[in-house]
Design a protein around this ligand. Structure first.
Ligand SMILES: [Fe+2]
Length: 291
């Protein structure tokens, strides 16, 4: 049977049933890939993939972005659990970055090449909370007033993890975050247009988020206000969806036209998510300039 796509009650996203991600024919994958470009977010309930099976599925979409310096590690745990079963120190860099990810963002926009897509699956979940939010930035762009569209056309913003972490009270020294994010370079800050053209669909979307700041040509205050206003406008119904996780769920989203955010949860409860990031095409996802 072919996969069945049930659209969410939003401008984007679909729940996919009648598919086993462990056994994908090339026809089924092509159907999923078309749906990925159409919906921007695909939700696969009850898949229960292993870490390796998730990496194999993710690799269908492109090269895996290596997030740690551990060679060959394709998927990484996002967790507050220590190996002995306890919960990790709230003040270590990774914990503080995970806190920061409760702000709307797109993955790796602070890297020289921004990510194409992200896969996330649930393995251990807290009793409540931890819902992941998504926003359709294609629909957000389409809904903007023409005057705003004209105002932002041609504008760009810098994207920095140091900047975004600083804003949430995590003051890292130059070079410090390179220890937890492989490939990060605090001296290379990519500049990215606010209006992005999707390399596969040709659709325009707003490319902003918590890592963006410092629009050249605007004062710091004007830039900050514009970026905040754009996110507030974008992240509203019918352009948002919050996923309530069940163990075994797997989601894939298109970082080139979606924002997402982690949900808060009781940090004394263990949570284990597995994340795989698919690298962007340097032709379309490179920053246009480095500072
Ligand atoms: Fe993220």
């Amino acid at each position: 049977m072919d996969p069945v796509f049930t659209p969410l009650d939003a401008t984007f996203g679909a729940v996919v049933s009648h598919v086993d991600l462990k056994k994908l024919s090339s026809e089924t994958w092509q159907s999923l890939n078309r749906a990925f470009n159409k919906y921007g977010l695909l939700i696969f309930p009850k898949q229960h993939l292993s870490i390796d099976e998730q990496a194999v599925f993710a690799a269908r979409f492109g090269e895996i972005e290596e997030l740690t310096s551990i060679e060959g590690l394709k998927s990484v745990p996002l967790t507050n659990m220590r190996q002995d079963g306890g919960v990790i120190d709230e003040n270590d860099d990774m914990s503080l970055i995970l806190n920061g990810n409760e702000g709307w963002h797109t993955d790796s926009s602070y890297m020289p090449v921004s990510a194409k897509a992200s896969v996330l699956s649930a393995h251990v979940i807290p009793v409540d909370g931890g819902r992941t939010g998504f926003t359709d930035m294609r629909a957000a762009y389409e809904s903007l007033d023409e005057t705003i569209k004209e105002q932002i056309e041609g504008l760009s913003a810098y994207h920095s993890l140091y900047h975004s972490q600083n804003k949430v009270g995590h003051e890292a020294k130059a070079g410090q975050l390179e220890g937890v994010i492989s490939g990060l370079n605090s001296h290379q800050i990519p500049l990215r247009p606010l209006v992005k053209v999707h390399p596969e669909t040709g659709k325009k979307s707003l490319f902003v988020g918590r890592h963006a700041y410092g629009i050249p040509g605007l004062s710091e205050a004007e830039s900050e206000k514009l970026l905040i206003d754009l996110i507030e406008f974008s992240c509203q119904k019918p352009r948002v969806y919050f996923h309530r996780w069940n163990v075994g769920d797997l989601l894939i989203w298109d970082n080139r036209c979606m924002l997402h955010k982690a949900g808060t949860f009781d940090r004394s409860e263990p949570r284990l998510m597995i994340h795989t990031r698919i690298a962007g095409d340097p032709q379309s996802e490179s920053g246009v300039e480095v500072a």
